[in-house]
Design a protein around this ligand. Structure first.
Ligand SMILES: NC(=O)c1ccc[n+]([C@@H]2O[C@H](COP(=O)([O-])OP(=O)(O)OC[C@H]3O[C@@H](n4cnc5c(N)ncnc54)[C@H](O)[C@@H]3O)[C@@H](O)[C@H]2O)c1
Length: 448
């Protein structure tokens, strides 16, 4: 007689405890590795039965593994990073920004041909005006049954700037409810901020970025050689987000930007120069900015916790940025400089540190003032919107308390806000060009 093998348990159950009442049962449920199908996503949980056979509660935890890597020449044949991911899947499904496809399409095709990996490509125009649910639908069609029929564990390759990472990340989140993607950010913003970010989104009818889900790429490849072809205004724009990370979290990064920021801007992060030392500094600056960002944002998956240094410069600006048609980076630096004046007004920051913050932004041609700040009703409205967005518990505006550190203002009264606006206006009236930067409007870079 052949004895049947015992069926492997689908999951291990552990009766954890009986508490607090005698009848309550807590069961820890751990799924068996043998049935696991995703390289990146795992989960387990706990189920607590009340014991009356009428109700129970479930709490589940999951892990998302997200790797971020600096690489050089991602489409160079000598670089096996992407081939290692896609050759065993026998194809690569990719969504690529239209401008990037024009500039790097040949290299992209050449790379996959070299490794004999079929490439299924969608070229997507990804301007700010394309950040719509319609674009997300188009991407979903490409990923779905009518298109490439991407399986739920097949990582989609996304190559482009922050607009594409937001909409394509969202499409991946919706396809099969969660499909992994690999992000190659080709702008400074996408490389150090939007690209690895867990926040994917599209614009809603009234608010920017209002529809979305938390879905970080499983792998972010940061290759600064793409910055070579960027407009200098876009490089400057991305540096605003780096300054934000430096002020609130990393004093060393701040000093590096003080010393090397202008050269990094001029040379598009050492891609327009042969200077080997500068190339090393460029990598170091990018790494520090990324690490700081992901330390706080990558581990705070649902933005449940509002101790978020990287929201600095983003409290009032979402209201005044579209109203003044500012480029995002300039709106952020205006918000940061204003926040520094507010912090001085509150006694949190020494005036000398505010001056350093403003001087760094100005040296890189970033704005620190716009007269729209004087519209107190708009500023109060922005504050109210932000309070709702951050969860109604408070404003939680990150404000610097020194270089490389910050704290969070729970409330900012209308009187305090007005006093900070007045003192910031007065301070900026003495600055060259009253604190306005270079190419500060959307139309300057053709993004309107
Ligand atoms: N999800 C987040 O956490 C997060 C964070 C920051 C910003 N964002 C979003 O990112 C967007 C801005 O991103 P962005 O600044 O990358 O802009 P973008 O994606 O619009 O790219 C800017 C322009 O550069 C072009 N481009 C891209 N790579 C290029 C290259 N290597 N060479 C030449 N041209 C290139 C693009 O086609 C585009 O015209 C905004 O919509 C913003 O809301 C999201």
């Amino acid at each position: 007689m052949v004895q049947a093998k015992p069926h492997p348990a689908a999951a291990t159950e552990q009766l954890h405890s009986i508490s607090p009442s005698e009848s309550e049962q807590v069961i820890q449920f751990q799924h068996s590795e043998q049935y696991r199908t995703s390289e990146w996503y795992t989960g387990d949980g706990q189920i607590t039965a009340s014991g009356d056979n009428r109700s129970f509660t479930v709490s589940a935890t999951y892990t998302l593994k997200a790797e971020v890597k600096l690489v050089k020449g991602v489409f160079e044949r000598s670089n096996p990073t992407l081939a290692q991911v896609y050759s065993r899947r026998r194809r690569c499904v990719a969504i690529v920004d239209q401008t990037v496809a024009e500039l790097y399409g040949e290299a992209l095709h050449g790379y996959f041909q070299h490794y004999e990996i079929p490439l299924e490509l969608l070229i997507c125009r990804a301007w700010e005006i394309d950040k719509t649910p319609e674009t997300v639908h188009r991407l979903l069609k490409f990923l779905g049954k009518d298109g490439c029929d991407v399986s739920r564990n097949e990582p989609v390759l996304v190559v482009g700037g922050g607009v594409l990472s937001d909409v394509a990340g969202l499409a991946c989140a919706l396809h099969h409810r969660r499909t992994p993607y690999i992000m190659v950010g080709t702008t400074v913003v996408a490389a150090i901020d939007a690209g690895p970010s867990p926040r994917t989104c599209t614009n809603g009818t009234q608010f920017k970025n209002s529809l979305g889900v938390y879905h970080p790429p499983v792998l972010t490849l940061v290759d600064r050689t793409f910055f070579r072809t960027l407009a200098t205004g876009h490089v400057r724009n991305g540096m605003a987000e780096m300054i934000k990370m430096a002020i609130t979290d990393d004093a060393v990064l701040f000093e590096q930007l003080e010393h090397h920021g202008e050269r990094l801007l001029e040379t598009h992060f050492a891609t327009l120069s042969e200077d080997v030392d500068l190339a090393q500094i460029a990598d170091e600056v990018i790494y520090r900015a990324l690490f700081s960002y992901m330390k706080h944002e990558g581990t705070n998956m649902f933005e449940t916790y509002q101790d978020r240094p990287h929201a600095y410069g983003h409290t009032w600006s979402p209201r005044f940025e579209p109203a003044a048609k500012l480029l995002h980076g300039h709106a952020v630096t205006i918000g940061m400089a204003f926040g520094a004046s507010l912090a001085v007004e509150m006694g949190w920051l020494q005036p000398a540190d505010r001056d350093r913050i403003v001087a760094l932004c100005q040296r890189l041609g970033l704005s620190v003032y716009h007269p729209i700040l004087e519209d107190i009703n708009l500023m109060l409205e922005g504050q109210k919107n932000m309070q709702r967005k951050r969860g109604d518990g408070g404003l939680w505006a990150p404000l610097p308390t020194g270089i490389g550190r910050c704290d969070y203002a729970h409330d900012v009264s209308p009187t305090l806000l007005q006093a900070a606006i007045d003192s910031h206006r007065q301070f900026c009236s003495t600055l060259p060009n009253q604190g306005q930067g270079q190419e500060m409007y959307l139309r300057d870079l053709g993004l309107e």
